[in-house]
Design a protein around this ligand. Structure first.
Ligand SMILES: NC(=O)c1ccc[n+]([C@@H]2O[C@H](COP(=O)([O-])OP(=O)(O)OC[C@H]3O[C@@H](n4cnc5c(N)ncnc54)[C@H](O)[C@@H]3O)[C@@H](O)[C@H]2O)c1
Length: 315
């Protein structure tokens, strides 16, 4: 029997809706079920998308409960508490963990087999927490991690070199956040390394690259300062990751995953290039890092571990 593809989205806010829109337009599934604590909001978003069916694919979108997620192969989690005035980051994190505790319990009860894609921030810590709470295999919990940051870097490099960003191979690894690490030493276009080469008349210029990376690292702040939130690019990032799972693509994507000794790092989730297919995230690729890149990755892991233990102490 052909199994109908079902995708669940928990959290019908800006990010959840952008992901739903991208999934809907790409026709990735037959059933798309949106769960939100604000049921009417989820209903409104589902109705709004359904009215565009004549211009897209036959994807049935509806608001539902956790119970309705039982046939889902993939469930995307974008739910999160928003900051209260005067609330510290750690206090917000502690509240978000409580939200996640309930969500993971419900997902374990109703869709144990599904691969979970976590987008809520801080995404590495949320993915790590989810890994610890859930009864499913570690490979079935994937954080969007630095996929978005990597896409942003490729877009900027594409504009810089005037090349299709899809033809640019350059990764950002580590935390999805301030301590993330750009891998210049392995970045290439068409097999030609960026470092030490002139491409299309442009020599590799460290100052220009630093400027591009700073623009990537600060882009969420810049967008939020202007429109209040980020949604479009993360929505497409989630759809791309979902497609890699559902189509069993075995694509190489920089996603947040549990490290078990890679680069000497264990027991924390962060991003390194990894194979993503139907069973979730498996084999990690371990590109050779320069000493500075390696140092940056270890620092990133230490920062995440410190935050995780602080949250646990404060909750
Ligand atoms: N990973 C990334 O690259 C990335 C990029 C952008 C945003 N984000 C993160 O995505 C998350 C969502 O952002 P947003 O702008 O959509 O926020 P939002 O406030 O617009 O939406 C959050 C939604 O979650 C729902 N929700 C809260 N608690 C819930 C619960 N217990 N069960 C079900 N639904 C619940 C709310 O009702 C709301 O609809 C945030 O944590 C944000 O930081 C991540």
């Amino acid at each position: 029997m052909i199994q109908k593809r079902t995708i669940g989205i928990v959290g019908a806010g800006h990010v959840g809706v952008a992901a739903a829109y991208a999934i809907f337009m790409a026709g990735l599934c037959r059933d798309l079920i949106v769960v939100d604590q604000d049921r009417r909001r989820a209903e409104g978003e589902a109705m709004d998308l359904m009215h565009a069916q004549a211009f897209a694919r036959r994807v049935q979108v509806r608001a539902g409960s956790y119970r309705d997620l039982s046939p889902a192969q993939v469930v995307i989690v974008t739910a999160g508490a928003a900051s209260r005035a005067g609330e510290s980051r750690l206090a917000l994190l502690a509240r978000n963990l409580e939200v996640f505790r309930t969500i993971v319990r419900e997902l374990d009860r109703h869709c144990r087999e599904a691969v979970l894609i976590i987008a809520s921030n801080p995404v590495d810590l949320m993915t790590h927490f989810c890994q610890r709470q859930t009864r499913r295999a570690a490979s079935q919990v994937i954080g969007t991690g630095t996929m978005l940051d990597t896409a942003r870097l490729r877009a900027l490099l594409g504009a810089y070199y005037e090349v299709d960003p899809r033809s640019i191979h350059a990764y950002i690894i580590g935390e999805h956040g301030d301590s993330e690490v750009p891998l210049w030493s392995t970045a290439h276009i068409g097999g030609t390394p960026l470092e030490g080469h002139a491409l299309f008349g442009k020599a590799f210029n460290r100052a220009d690259m630093d400027r591009l990376f700073t623009a990537v690292r600060t882009s969420a702040y810049e967008i939020i300062a202007r429109k209040g939130y980020t949604s479009s690019a993360i929505g497409l990032t989630i759809a791309r990751l979902t497609a890699a799972v559902l189509n069993d693509e075995n694509s190489v994507l920089p996603v947040s995953r549990k490290l078990v000794g890679e680069y000497g790092i264990s027991d924390i989730c962060l991003s390194i290039p990894s194979i993503v297919g139907f069973r979730g995230v498996h084999n990690a690729l371990l590109p050779q890092l320069s000493p500075k890149e390696y140092e940056g990755l270890v620092r990133s892991a230490d920062i995440l571990k410190k935050h995780f233990s602080e949250i646990r102490e404060s909750s």
